[in-house]
Write a protein that binds this ligand. Structure first.
Ligand SMILES: [Zn+2]
Ligand SMILES: [Zn+2]
Length: 168
């Protein structure tokens, strides 16, 4: 969402209340798209500080869908974000990101703040048992039968050999 700054830039000290809907349906992070499950418009204000500078405050929350690193079950995660940013329209780095002509790219401000809060590790539960690496069963829902069988079969084979050797 772009917010027009032309009016506010005319009067030093002028302040606007702003409401910014988060429009993206997915958030791209480290090559993975995370679906946005819930979002409310962010609210806040923008103020002209003079000399092409303005102060922006925004507050809001988002819910994204992650998957557990161990069992791959869905894990919804809430983010409460507070953005306080002083933007100088004379600085090129900020222009690239946040200002397009006389418009403030408020969505980009929210996105950059969100990316600072993305978790390095996601677990459905601290004690998640993960999935069986043979059959893919979710071991949080019970044990699968993979563990015993191969051992039993190998043991049976060894016993056969042992029995055959000791018969003579
Ligand atoms: Zn899990
Ligand atoms: Zn299994």
């Amino acid at each position: 969402m772009l917010i027009h700054l032309s009016d506010i830039l005319l009067t030093v000290g002028k302040e606007y209340m702003i409401e910014v809907p988060f429009e993206a349906e997915e958030v791209l992070w480290n090559g993975v798209n995370y679906p946005v499950l819930e979002k409310k418009p962010f609210v806040g204000k923008v103020r002209n500080e003079g000399n092409q500078r303005f102060h922006v405050e925004l507050e809001g929350s988002l819910r994204l869908k992650f998957v557990c690193d161990r069992c791959l079950e869905e894990v919804p995660m809430d983010f409460s974000l507070q953005i306080v940013e002083d933007i100088d329209k004379k600085e090129e780095a900020e222009l690239e990101f946040y200002v397009e002509g006389d418009q403030l790219n408020a969505e980009e401000l929210i996105l950059q703040e969100l990316l600072l809060h993305m978790p390095m590790k996601v677990l459905c539960n601290e004690n998640c048992k993960g999935i069986c690496n043979r059959c893919g069963a979710n071991l949080n829902r019970g044990t699968c039968s993979c563990k015993e069988e191969p051992k039993d079969m190998r043991m049976a084979a060894i016993l056969d050999i042992f029995n055959a050797a000791t018969k003579d």
